[in-house]
Write a protein of this length. Structure first.
Lengths: 315, 315, 315, 315, 315, 315
């Protein structure tokens, strides 16, 4: 007989047990909840990081979380416009979008970027479903400013399709192309769209995967990373100019989401391996968390009081 | 008082009543069934016809039918390739598809044609959802022939997503781009894909909207239009060369579908106003119908025997 | 091979398609609703008309409508009383009903007329179930006027049995014999009973099949047929004597029904072929329609806005 | 204060407790089962007995039994025929039934006798629903013998309506008028019809309420009352002429019922107060019980073994 | 053939039928309700009586009642303490309970008395489940008085487990050992615990099985047995000292139960054969019944009005 | 403003993410399964270890596993017997158990040890429910050997109650006292009982918490710890005497369980912190695993193929 003697160490590190024990209430807590992940930055452009993020999202789906992915694709659009000889122009940080450009935006976002994310996720199965704002009229917009052409401002989210897919066996992956009531297409900011969608689908959390560790009181000083703040504090920091300009759309999206009942918004570093899991399954989490100003102190009757207490106090 | 006296004629034509009376059992019969509509030709290219077809499909959904739309887009692809300076070449009627061409095919089919059908249908609500074969790995293919590049031969249909959407509030509109197990994309024939999908989702009927009234024994002679034939007869006509070459993929798709249990295949003229309704809701239908060779004579016990008899004998 | 070439015309009239297209939202709208049909007049006495009306009602049941039939039988009762040598006398249009007469009324209505309608309907299956007011105490009445003997005035409808049968595989056919709390039987007006039953079962519509095209402002002038009016207008017309005496019980029944939440009351000509289908499945309908004075303008969120609009505006 | 001191005896008879204790498993055993009661004889003609039988049947319904009542009405029919001057003639014990007689039979059975039983039962609520064989085509017959006119022999029972009503809040009361596939009516033997209906609805028991205590080996000798016998024994007694002629249709109906899976047939004396309850709720029962020849010895796993044993051995 | 002629009497006593007829509405009324039985006294100590009580409780379970048993065990505890040489001391009728005594109490109540009742009930199947207050923290108490040691006063009942078992196939049998929030055990009065548990589980009735026929206005005079009284009257009798001291905890428990919505409290003589059945299944019941002061006069709509009336007026 | 800056490290160890990522499929895999834990040894005697094991079991319940605990209590029994002056004697490793001893065993196991485990687990809520083999006749035994007195050999497990509680909000904690069909109690080996119970409830896994790291080929040589073996190999090792005597009952129990369809048996060191979690939630697990000889290679269709593959290959 040939017994399998070596593959299991006789001793195992106590630390693994502690990590598991710590994670278990969080597993329970997030099971069945909807988590919206705004995906972008290096974690989307780097193929290896992208593969790992897609795998982690599939793992979330497997344990019963309902992830919803929202993405834009600014860099690919700029590159395609340049290849096509279309002018690239920005007014107040917003891309001027002609009809021709919009046609290209649509094909790049819905026809290429979206399908590539879908394909990367479907390496692990058949869960990912690519959507654009035109499908079931998910994102309805109107013209934001005549000078900007087909740049849209969001009027309404039709969330039924997203909720149906997320409640089923699927992971919706949404390209932020919007449709107008005039039948035309509009180009909308992906961060802003993510905030509206999180609000509309009643997400439990919204996570922004970025290239930085979170928000800083002083961007140059890593010691000033903000771990946790209230919605009120977030508004103050935007008002007094503390927050860097590039973070404003993300922070505004957090405000939109929390105002509509989303429980927590997180800005985390998507380049940290397993960043999403660390955020969702450890007591401390990572990055910057924004929470509502006043939370109800009513905690539902729980069969396990001390764990309930823990879950109430943290994250 | 101002009574509304004129808007209703005191007498109404008996014919309307007869049409309604005839249609009622058919309404009942198709309620809850899945009908796959392979959409193409003039009915897709002409904006007015397209609008009416889309409206009829929405009406079907409203009364409880589960329509599923499958489309290609050959003409638009050729035009785009020419605009992009890519060579347009066919071998044995199949488009040679380089990697660059495939990228364009994908963007045109999934990013433009599909989204335009979705938008036209969503003029009437929020039902249409655009899909490509990459979503939930709906259409999995492998290379058909190295000379043809990324032309694919279908290996497997993952039908769950289509069935879930069709059973819900949605009308899936599927662009026939396939994915390979190598992670790449493949260009597949839309008629062939329609046959495989109808088979996989257990459709009740498959309808091909074309530019002609149906199949002819002698294409030049309108008197030879075939109203009804069996699967066996269809195979014979293909074998002896009676059927024109252009109809072969459609007829093959019918064979695929019927062999897998689809009850009826129809080739109808999409340019006839309300062609789909005439086919589904009248005793005689239109176009060419192909039915299985031997049908079970078991008719489930029905509370209404003479209507059941009628439904058994026709269509 | 012997193809079936002739049975389907290559071209079909556009009109059929238009009738079908128009009917589809109405099919949807009436599916699942309860429609009470007060049956009487020539359409009940003429065997051929009766056969067609019964067939149309069975068709309604097949497509998911829940029809409930209410009938009287004055002419047969008078004939039987004469055959039995019982005196036929009316006071204020109401039949004086002795105990012997009541016994005969009961046997004629419940034992013969009702069973004949049941049998005619069951030519098409096993759906019709004959009931009298004594079954499950459906119609409870008390003596209306000592001079009239066993003429009853309705006190209460026990609607459970009717609703259970209509929600199941059955079409209740109700003979309007009532029971009293004293254990005796009462003779009640069938139109009045129909109004009370429609109210009690929460019917969507009540239809009176009569021998005329509807209500007239001036009965002698066909130009004055009223197509549509409100409940308020109906009350006014009764108050000022415009409506002919024979129509008063029907109109009172309409008022009873609409006051209790029935959505529409219709007085139509039962001798028009397929009159019920024309009323239920065309935009214009036939006959005279009475609607509530003020209708809620709240229209439930619909996935198909323009059809919803149509359904709101008409019928 | 005025306490209620006298209404309850300080001591109660042990016997009441024993009766209750004995009855409890039987209550449990019959809950949810269908019991067909063929009603007739003195228990139906005597108003006081009828009232008590109706009350006992309503009590059965209250505790969850599903009673179904089947009745004829020979004496009333003969009386009515005589009143109408129609000839009363029998061939081999079967009433010769002309078309005129059939019309009268129908009105007497469905329009009077049935409605009177319904009314007597509905003294206690709204449970009774009168039916004839024409309703939902419950009893389908064909001509038995041209000499007998409209005397029918049963071809088929459509049991759905009976089962639906009995499973709901209702007690079906069935007048044994049958319909033919020719659209005509037929007069059928009520005992025979009861046996067919019990078989078709899968009754647990069939009870014949008669004017005697049961079957006798020697009718003149009360000592020879048969308490219990098998189906085989019943067949033998009919074959050798032991059983009196008048009991043959009842016994044949028992055979029909048991052959189709009815568990027990009972012939009991309907004039004994609470005869039905004594039969159903005591260990010994009353009258003559007929059981299948071989019963499965498989007893389903019971949480209460000794009670299960008792229930297996008796009744 | 060997017919079974003697085992059934040709005539049965009318009285049995009357008992059954009277019991039927009560069977219906208690089916599905929860009945808490506080068990104790001679009916628990005498093996034969105990066997019969257990059998009657199993019969209740069989017919669909949900019995819950609560018991103490004072005599066994005293005996065990004496055997162990522990001092037996009472202050104001309450047993002074040291830690050692508590350990013994726990083992005697949960480890012996409880298990013996469970075993006696499981003679009839597998329904009985023994519980103590520690299981699922059913009974939570705190120290009542430092002088009494581990005598507890009840703070909270966690009723979920009792309700789940009673709603399932089980009969919970609860030993009245309580747990404290300090993790320790407490000795609580079984009558008092029964009242709290009946209140917490929403029992329909609470029954105290005692050694006397009920409460007396004058304990020495059997004529003064109280058959029925209101909660208000019960409070008055306690206040003015009419009720004997030993009955006070039982009466207080009745008050606790009725104040929380229990419909009836009964104090009955557990030594009367089938006492529980006589109380639950006869119009008059036995013993002393206490009912709320004011009862809602709303009687739910009943299909059987006269029985409903009866059920409203009695018990 | 006072931001929370320090509580979250800007960088987190990659290892935590890897542990979480590895654990996620296992979380999914064990959710909804039943895991029987035979509890004993130092992990039960040491208060701190016991507290941690109880917490880990509660965590399992929280994430959706259905744990079932089985325990004995040899040391406490011996101590109590000595205190009571009862002789402690063993024959072939089995405790000779007189009737007096059995009474003590029962009170110690069901009245004390069981209740202490229940109390320790209920520190975290209200999940634990203590049971003995007498409750719902869970463990039915017969005398094993007259010389051993009330030592029992298991005849039957009635698993319904355990399954009902485990499927609900509860964690059953079972003291291994058995009942006989003679109404008496029996002392059974806890390891053996655990094996029978695991088999009867269809557990997914059985875990034995012991004081050693698993099974050894050579007990003195830690290098010979067996990580994994088949049922066949386990039988061989018992047959040839390799396995130490003390492990034989555990190994026999594993065989009983696996033979009845339990998927995996594990013998692990209960003194390793979080031993249960390490076994259930890591790829390698700990201790000795025994698996069936031949496992079905059929793997159910999984949406996530590579994870399915991993789950098939390990543990």
């Amino acid at each position: 007989m040939n017994f399998d003697k070596e593959t299991r160490p006789a001793a195992v590190p106590r630390e693994i047990g502690d990590v598991l024990s710590e994670a278990m209430p969080w597993f329970k807590k997030i099971t069945g909840t909807t988590v919206l992940i705004k995906y972008g930055g290096a974690a989307m452009e780097n193929a290896e990081l992208r593969a790992q993020v897609m795998a982690d999202i599939v793992l979330l789906k497997i344990i019963g979380v309902k992830p919803v992915i929202v993405h834009g694709g600014g860099k690919e659009i700029s590159a395609a416009m340049e290849r096509s000889g279309l002018p690239v122009e920005f007014i107040d940080g917003q891309r001027v979008t002609s009809d021709e450009a919009m046609d290209l935006v649509r094909m790049i976002l819905a026809g290429r970027v979206n399908q590539e994310l879908v394909a990367a996720m479907n390496e692990h199965g058949t869960m990912a479903v690519g959507l654009s704002g035109a499908d079931a009229h998910i994102i309805v917009a109107e013209q934001a400013d005549p000078r900007l052409g087909r740049v849209g401002s969001i009027k309404r989210i039709n969330s039924g399709l997203i909720e149906d897919l997320a409640a089923g066996d699927y992971i919706p992956v949404i390209a932020t192309v919007a449709v107008g009531e005039d039948g035309g297409y509009y180009n909308v900011n992906a961060d802003v769209a993510a905030g509206h969608i999180a609000a509309a689908i009643g997400a439990h959390k919204i996570l922004f995967l970025t290239d930085v560790d979170g928000l800083y009181l002083d961007y140059g000083d890593p010691e000033t990373l903000i771990s946790k703040m209230t919605l009120h504090e977030a508004r103050s920091l935007m008002a007094d100019g503390t927050i860097s300009k590039g973070m404003i759309p993300k922070l505004n999206a957090c405000v939109t989401a929390l105002d509509s009942g989303v429980h927590r918004a997180h800005i985390i570093n998507g380049t940290v391996p397993h960043a999403i899991l660390l955020e969702l399954l450890t007591d401390k989490g990572i990055g910057t968390m924004i929470k509502p100003d006043e939370e109800s102190v009513v905690v539902p009757a729980s069969p396990v009081d001390n764990f309930a207490q823990k879950l109430k106090e943290h994250q």
